[in-house]
Design a protein around this ligand. Structure first.
Ligand SMILES: [Zn+2]
Length: 160
């Protein structure tokens, strides 16, 4: 294959590295099968007295590969984030569920406290009423005694 070196690194994307671990440069093919087709090769390919490797990659095929790689990476990144979001959603759901359970427990505890308080209050009311009943009974007894005494006194006065 004959080739003419344009010897410029590609500007749009990172060029591949050759087997010498050097960034490839673009050459233009001069073959009858692939006239003017650009390809990547070792930067030392056309330099005299410089050892070089035989790295070869058509530029258009490299672009397709790069695009496919980027697509795969993007898919992998999207999948990764989707998984992370799913995990986060599950964790948030668990936290929310725990909080709801806690709130429900708080409400139940508060209701129990309210019932206890109401029971205590009614007991207090009942115990407050007890002396009132006693007072009423003793008051009635006193009134009854006074009436009976008065009646007896009147009867005694009349009988004289
Ligand atoms: Zn090389």
């Amino acid at each position: 294959m004959t080739s003419s070196g344009s010897a410029s690194t590609h500007e749009i994307y990172a060029a591949p590295t050759c087997n010498c671990d050097k960034r490839c440069v673009i050459y233009i093919s001069g073959t009858t099968n692939n006239p003017n087709r650009r390809f990547f090769g070792c930067p030392y390919l056309n330099e005299k007295n410089m050892p070089h490797c035989n790295y070869f990659m058509w530029e258009d095929e490299f672009i397709v590969l790069q695009a496919r790689m980027v697509q795969l990476q993007e898919t992998a990144i999207i999948n990764h984030y989707e998984r992370e979001m799913e995990v986060m959603k599950i964790q948030m759901d668990r936290v929310a569920e725990a909080k709801i359970n806690q709130l429900e427990m708080n409400i139940i505890e508060r209701n129990i406290e309210v019932v206890r308080f109401q029971m205590n209050e009614s007991q207090v009311t009942i115990s407050n009423r007890k002396p009132c009943c006693t007072c009423t009974v003793s008051g009635l007894l006193i009134v009854a005694f006074v009436i009976s005494f008065w009646t007896w006194w009147k009867y005694k006065l009349h009988s004289k």
